[in-house]
Ligand binder design. Structure first.
Ligand code: NAD
Ligand code: MG
Length: 397
């Protein structure tokens, strides 16, 4: 029996993780669950999985949860804040930690799991975008293990040579990251400025949280994933090619020097990578339907158009700039996406805010945690200002 902590258990990945776990009660038990402010959702999860601890982001939500639990006679201990998250991530009873908090907020809890030498199931790509170099060094230093949950990276992991010998020694030529292109792939570009959050969140193939859904629509998600692949697999930006594949059936591919291209296919359902990483190197049932190729019938491929997806270009530029450029990119994107979701910013202004913020902040080389967190804070503050000015100027216009 393996113990599991799920960071971000009430979100899309968290819920899918618990769905897989519930299929294997003889293999996995839930030790700790964490959420932001969804007290109702957490209460139901505690009732079902009886974790040792549950963590809420703030004390008010934690108090509400504690009251609800005591009314139901559930003995789960309730903690709150970053300290609570770090305790949940490093708790000795959990061998495996699912990192499924969204955004840079997930970095410190994921690092706590790494420093405790856990098997880390990494969905929270922003942690690697913000602190890739430091994160991978800590994984090596503490004998932790990272298994990618992002479907593309999980696919690449499955297609790479099994010995983990690195790309060049393993005969790998390049990584082909597939991307659906999101809900606006064929919309006339001049209409993009008017799209609503509801339209942006209606992904054609995947059912995901709101932030990553918007990122998929701008393709910033793919940009973040290129950076994620760079750190996870030690690949240079030129060794990672993005391929538009609207059906989302091939989750990514690895090309070898002999011309072989290995792909991982399946229905677009995150329970496949979750089950893969939970049980690796074994395989367990995930609840995902068999892939019906007759129903799929065809697979299409195309090059991404950078006019339509300027965020993808900005992400590639951030890798080239190196240093703290990806921290600024990520911080500005988080602010801009939130402003778009709150209907304070137009969809096409997301890329504009990110670009403008990158131009206003100089890139530094430091990769210690304090520098990274400080740049993250600065990036957010500047992006807020930039977004605010944009709103004002477009109101006047
Ligand atoms: P989501 O918004 O559905 O869930 C996020 C979870 O994190 C929730 O439990 C929420 O309560 C918690 N949370 C949010 N902000 C927090 C904070 N400041 N402090 C503590 N907890 C907080 O998001 P999601 O779609 O499940 O995505 C989670 C992560 O997984 C993201 O990094 C995303 O990029 C990545 N990912 C998601 C998918 C997917 O299919 N949803 C696929 C690949 C990668
Ligand atoms: Mg992905």
């Amino acid at each position: 029996m393996k113990g599991l902590t799920v960071l971000g258990s009430t979100g899309s990945i968290g819920v899918s993780t618990l769905d897989v776990v519930a299929r294997h009660p003889e293999k996995y038990c839930i030790v700790a669950l964490t959420a932001n402010r969804d007290v109702e959702g957490m209460l139901l999860q505690c009732e079902r999985f009886k974790p040792k601890i549950a963590v809420m982001a703030d004390t008010e939500s934690a108090n509400l949860l504690a009251r609800g639990l005591s009314q139901k006679g559930i003995s789960t201990e309730v903690l709150s804040g970053l300290r609570g998250l770090e305790i949940a991530a490093a708790i000795p009873e959990a061998e495996i930690v699912m990192a499924a908090i969204v955004g840079a907020a997930g970095l410190l809890p994921a690092l706590a799991a790494v420093r405790a030498g856990k098997r880390l199931l990494l969905a929270n790509k922003e942690a690697l975008v913000v602190a890739g170099s430091l994160f991978m060094a800590e994984v090596a230093a503490h004998g932790a293990e990272i298994l990618p949950i992002d479907s593309e990276h999980n696919a690449v992991f499955q297609c790479l040579p099994p010995g983990g010998e690195g790309l060049t020694p393993g005969g790998v030529k390049r990584i082909l990251l597939t991307a659906s292109g999101g809900p606006f792939r064929t919309m006339p570009i001049e209409q993009l400025a008017g799209v609503t959050p509801a339209q942006a969140c209606a992904h054609p193939n995947w059912d995901m949280g709101r932030k990553i859904s918007v990122d998929s629509a701008t393709m910033m998600n793919k940009g973040l994933e290129v950076i994620e692949a760079h750190w996870l697999f030690g690949a240079e930006a030129e060794e990672i090619q993005v391929v538009l594949h609207p059906q989302s059936i091939i989750h990514s591919m690895v090309e070898y020097v002999d011309g072989s291209v290995l792909a991982q296919l399946g229905n677009p359902d995150m329970r496949t990578p979750i089950a893969h990483a939970l049980a690796w190197p074994q395989r367990i049932d995930s609840g995902v339907d068999s892939l019906n190729l007759f129903q799929v019938a065809r697979l299409d491929f195309d090059q991404p158009d950078l006019q339509r997806y300027p965020c993808l270009k900005l992400a590639y530029q951030a890798i080239q700039s190196g240093g703290t450029a990806s921290v600024i990119l990520n911080a500005a994107n988080e602010v801009a996406v939130e402003a778009f979701l709150a209907e304070r910013l137009a969809f096409t202004d997301i890329a504009w805010v990110v670009d403008e913020t990158l131009q206003r902040l100089s890139v530094e080389n430091g990769d210690d945690l304090d520098t990274l967190l400080d740049i993250d804070r600065q990036g957010r503050a500047i992006a807020e200002q930039v977004a605010q000015n944009r709103v004002i100027s477009s109101d006047i216009g």
